[in-house]
Design a protein around this ligand. Structure first.
Ligand code: MG
Ligand code: MG
Length: 255
């Protein structure tokens, strides 16, 4: 069941999205060699408190997880694709970090993720991260009235596969609104012209995940949350919450 949002709802979601953007900016500024993942979670939490917003991540407990998520931020380093738990691990030079964050404000949720290198970047990582954002942009550009979900999926998959990267099947974007995960699902690969038609008022999180080796295989780590690449190669992830409107896609989680 897809809830179409009114223009007023979308404006309210934009305010939640602004908090998400502010938190991710603060996380990026704080992320440096020697800084712990737990510290980054604290930085993000401080932004939530300042804004009077809640966390859709903290204590989130889907059926697949053995325990509720213990933090407000997901921190996925190197071979971790998504859902990494912020631990006492201290970032090292050249680490590739994905930071994924959500905020709930006045009953509405925003969800966004960035990937970046801490310290000196490997060329291969820079290309991977650039491609993740390129895939995100392609997905957003396809989020227009008259298209279908499959057009978004196809646009994302084309960029990722075209660059030679793998795509972890079974994880992808989602509808979002009063809760973090709503219908419809937005796969990161698909056939154009297929799936649910996009309508004004649909709000979706678009989130490509890329595996550097070109393989698609991943596994769930012992913590029951972190998804890691099976071959140990690095992964990148980028995400925005986007509203489909008569005037085109509106990004709700930009600064
Ligand atoms: Mg997210
Ligand atoms: Mg999401």
């Amino acid at each position: 069941m897809v809830e179409l949002k009114t223009a007023t709802h979308v404006d309210a979601m934009r305010e939640a999205g602004r908090v998400v953007a502010q938190a991710l900016t603060a996380v990026r500024e704080a992320a440096a060699v020697g800084v712990s993942l737990r510290r980054l979670d604290e930085v993000a939490h401080a932004v939530l408190r300042e804004a009077g917003a809640g966390s859709p991540f903290l204590n989130y407990h889907p059926a697949f997880a053995p325990m509720p998520f213990p933090a407000v931020l997901c921190t996925s380093v190197n071979d971790a694709i998504v859902h990494g738990i912020p631990t006492d691990y201290r970032l090292r030079d050249g680490d590739l970090l994905s930071a994924d964050f959500g905020a709930k404000l006045n009953g509405w949720v925003g969800d966004s993720a960035i990937s970046f290198t801490v310290g000196r970047a490997r060329n291969a990582d820079t290309r991977l991260v650039d491609t993740a954002f390129e895939a995100l942009e392609a997905g957003i550009a396809a989020a227009v009235v008259g298209n279908r979900i499959g057009d978004i999926s196809h646009a994302i998959g084309r960029v990722c596969r075209g660059a030679g990267y793998g795509i972890p099947a079974g994880f992808g974007g989602h509808g979002i609104g009063r809760s973090m995960h709503e219908d419809p699902g937005v796969p990161n690969e698909g056939r154009p012209g297929r799936g649910m038609p996009l309508r004004p008022g649909m709000v979706i999180a678009i989130e490509p995940m890329l595996i550097a080796s070109g393989k698609d295989a991943y596994y769930e780590a012992q913590d029951g949350w972190t998804l890691r690449t099976s071959d140990g190669s690095r992964a990148a992830h980028a995400e925005h919450t986007v509203a489909v409107t008569e005037d085109g896609p509106r990004i709700l989680t930009a600064l």
